[in-house]
Design a protein around this ligand. Structure first.
Ligand SMILES: [Zn+2]
Length: 160
């Protein structure tokens, strides 16, 4: 078997008047992430990890924020398109580990829903998807609730 590992990181501003999408789930909150798409920070980090594992560039290369067709797009569609590139290279996902960094709100109650949504797109078991959350102990822009960050690490494999 061949193995490839990838890392992804994403940031978004948090602003009023936007819906907060994390991991494909709508999170009730008084702020949402600002971006060209639905600004789902976790799904974007996962896309970048998948692309990185295969040295296929980054999410901005494949889905530029200058593309009018991508305006407000559901990031689940971006993840599906990214996973198609993985499949085209005959790879599959072994497991995925992620971290979401935000001050508020608490999101772990939504993690099982995120695992289900991501598992359906990446065709792996929910138990192969780890979702974790942390704060920055009120430090910096995340602590001031001005922004949100997510990281993802993915392992891919294919038969030799
Ligand atoms: Zn993003």
């Amino acid at each position: 078997m061949s193995y490839r590992i990838g890392i992804g990181t994403d940031f978004h501003q948090l602003v009023t008047g936007r819906t907060l999408w994390i991991g494909g789930v709508e999170i009730p909150h008084n702020k949402g992430a600002l971006g060209h798409s639905d600004a789902d920070v976790l799904l974007h980090a996962i896309c970048d990890a998948l692309l990185g594992a295969l040295s296929l560039g980054d999410i901005g290369t494949h889905f530029p924020d200058t593309d009018k067709n991508l305006e407000g797009i559901d990031s689940k569609i971006l993840l599906e398109k990214t996973y198609r590139l993985v499949q085209e290279k005959q790879f599959r996902v072994v497991n995925l580990d992620t971290m979401v960094c935000l001050e508020k709100p608490k999101i772990m109650a939504f993690a099982p829903g995120m695992q289900t949504i991501i598992s359906l797109i990446l065709k792996i078991a929910p138990s192969d998807i780890s979702i974790k959350a942390t704060t920055t102990e009120k430090l910096g822009f995340i602590g001031r609730e001005e922004g949100i960050m997510a990281q993802a690490v993915v392992l891919l494999t294919k038969p030799d």
